[in-house]
Design a protein around this ligand. Sequence first.
Ligand SMILES: [Zn+2]
Length: 283
Amino acid sequence: MSVRIYPLRTGSVRVKSAQCVRKPGGPLRVLVDPQWTDPLPIYAWLIDHPEGPIVVDTGETSRAMDDGYFPSWHPYYRWAVEMDVGEGDEIGHRLSLLGIAPSEVRTVVLTHFHTDHAGGLHHFPKSRIWVSSGELAIARGFLGRIRGYLPNRWPSGLDFRKIPFGRDAFGPFQAAYPLTRSGDVTIVPTPGHTPGHVSVLVTIEGVGYFLAGDASYSERTLLEKRPDGVTTDPWKAVDTLERILLFSRQRPLVYLPAHDPESVSRLETGRTLSLPTGAGASS
Ligand SMILES: [Zn+2]
């Protein structure tokens, strides 16, 4: 059996255009920006692997449509985001359409804890959920809620596992953690969008598929090395984008962010990143 990647679309989200690309004022600008994006997809991913199915991110829950699910005291939820998630969009249903029961999924990776990536955690009460220790630390508790995470919505008793990154670099990335014995699924740190953000690299027949979470919102903003508007560390975000671009010079790489409307067509056609001259050369 060969490895395959399937998109799991868990609804859509509209955000401010100052969130997709950082404008002067950064996160505050996001709140007051009058310009909204079109609805953007919310993708999670299934890696159908001979060692067992692996899910990357869990998407958003349809409960996000209920009054009071998001904290109305939080300015981001009050002014800067609109979800559209039906019951049939939830990841459990998306997986069952592919013939996989969520209870069969032993391994889940969260790129980060933002609600549209962690909203489907309740489908995986018995799975190992790999997260970076830094991300878990900042997402928890009341401070986590102020930062916009929803730790109060995580089901209790989840089996969070801190990713034991090694000390050795992996290409341009500072560390890596192999998730499969065959070595074809690897977690790499991609800090910036959030301090503990990670991405997942799947290698199939010599081509890398980079499940990028929110490392950037689109391939275009990766190529333009533009940080998003909600990062608290735009320099780190750009540093990560440069590392991804450098990596794509070392091997063919299909770039798959969670909210890029073009991600699925790139997955289906296998279209790899092609860099304009000079891109990625600076690191
Ligand atoms: Zn995010």
